[in-house]
Design a binder for this molecule. Structure first.
Ligand SMILES: [Zn+2]
Length: 399
């Protein structure tokens, strides 16, 4: 159940309209200070930022600035599929982390200021990995393949060595660091044209035909599935699209289960694309299934747009699909690739809309100097003028 579902939606909608009207006629500071409705109408709210592995200028000051602005969580990426920014025993450690344990620095500062640190894994993409690491993964046959045979810098989710690595990294993080949560990002395929590697071919055929006497795997290849033609546009197209979703969803489940087995109350969350039906087909990312199956504790859709109508539409659709199964934390993108905001008022507007839509909080992409200098002080005048506790710990664990 979404514990914030009782938020008075109409009240918030009218606040947005009222705010727009007020900002036309009053000085900004007066507008915000004089608008008590800008404060959240409920007690609990996750107020977070997505961040790099490093603080700006360091973790102490980043966390302190978030604390002063009444934020309560930060989601820094601490590894990808091919590099870590903490002293990992599994992943190659970045040269940039040679003299820093960035995750330790973040969690130490987080504890000091009461800011939750949710370590973020860029799960399947070998983002920021060295060329040497990517070449090794390619040579080991662990990277995704396109229909044309090209290798992509993404781990294939069906490869058992990849699954072992990913679960190992998740466990390494939650065992060794007092993180409040683990967030799965890049938990998807990069596009529609993958993965057609040998692992995927054999697993798709096995999962589709099982031990049937008509299995194409019997007697060698048998008549077989013409690979990849028949899964791209042939008779197995729909089955393959669905099967791709299952590979990602089962990976989410395996990581979450492993993490919960040693830290039951940790929050496992996921970052997701905004258009869930489309993402399900194109990227194998089925956030609806994650919610319905209770695989994660909350979902952060990356609703990166400056278009209020589109933003509102995405949120409405996501709330319908989540159907109250897990909290929804709205991702807002003032500094995203998809859009750049003109200023902090656009962020305020989206925070109010997210509250009105019953979101359980918001997470901003991305913490940077401009956000610290221009956005945080502005938010603190109104929408984050008072502290908001996070969910009670019990609600952060899986039901
Ligand atoms: Zn594959």
């Amino acid at each position: 159940m979404n514990i914030f579902s009782l938020s008075p939606q109409l009240r918030h909608c009218s606040l947005v309209a009222a705010l727009s009207l007020l900002t036309c006629t009053l000085p900004l500071s007066v507008t915000l200070a004089a608008s008590p409705g800008l404060r959240p109408a409920y007690t609990y709210e996750l107020r977070a930022v997505w961040a790099h592995y490093y603080g700006i200028p360091n973790w102490e000051q980043t966390i302190q600035s978030l604390h002063q602005a009444n934020f309560n969580a930060v989601f820094p990426y601490m590894c990808s599929a091919g590099v870590a920014y903490y002293p990992s025993h599994i992943l190659p450690v970045s040269e940039k982390a040679a003299s820093h344990d960035y995750l330790a620095e973040a969690t130490t500062a987080g504890y000091k200021y009461g800011i939750q640190v949710h370590a973020r894994m860029l799960v399947l993409e070998a983002l920021f990995a060295s060329e040497q690491t990517k070449a090794r993964l390619a040579a080991q046959g662990r990277l995704m393949r396109t229909s044309g045979g090209d290798t992509l810098p993404w781990l294939c989710p069906t490869n058992p060595y990849n699954r072992e690595q990913l679960i190992g990294v998740a466990l390494e993080i939650v065992r060794n660091y007092p993180v409040a949560g683990l967030q799965l990002d890049y938990i998807r395929y990069p596009h529609r044209d993958c993965c057609y590697c040998e692992h995927c071919r054999r697993k798709f055929i096995h999962d589709t035909f099982g031990a049937s006497p008509h299995s194409p795997l019997r007697n060698g290849e048998g008549p077989g599935v013409r690979w990849p033609q028949e899964v791209i546009s042939g008779p197995y197209k729909d089955a393959f699209i669905q099967w791709r979703q299952q590979q990602i969803t089962s990976l989410v489940a395996e990581i979450a289960t492993a993490v919960k087995s040693i830290r039951p109350h940790i929050a496992v969350s996921a970052a997701a694309f905004p258009d869930w039906p489309s993402a399900k087909e194109r990227f194998g990312q089925d956030a609806t299934a994650w919610a319905q199956q209770g695989l994660v504790d909350f979902i952060c859709p990356m609703n990166y747009t400056a278009d209020i109508m589109r933003f509102t539409g995405w949120l409405r659709q996501q709330q319908e699909l989540v159907a109250g199964q897990v909290p929804l934390v709205a991702g807002l993108g003032p500094f995203s690739d998809a859009c750049q905001f003109d200023g902090p008022q656009q962020l305020v507007d989206q925070i109010l809309i997210a509250r009105g839509a019953g979101a359980s909080g918001f997470v901003v992409f991305n913490y940077n100097q401009q956000f610290a200098d221009d956005y945080l002080p502005y938010l603190t005048l109104g929408v984050t003028s008072t502290p908001a506790p996070l969910w009670p710990s019990a609600s952060l664990s899986r039901p």
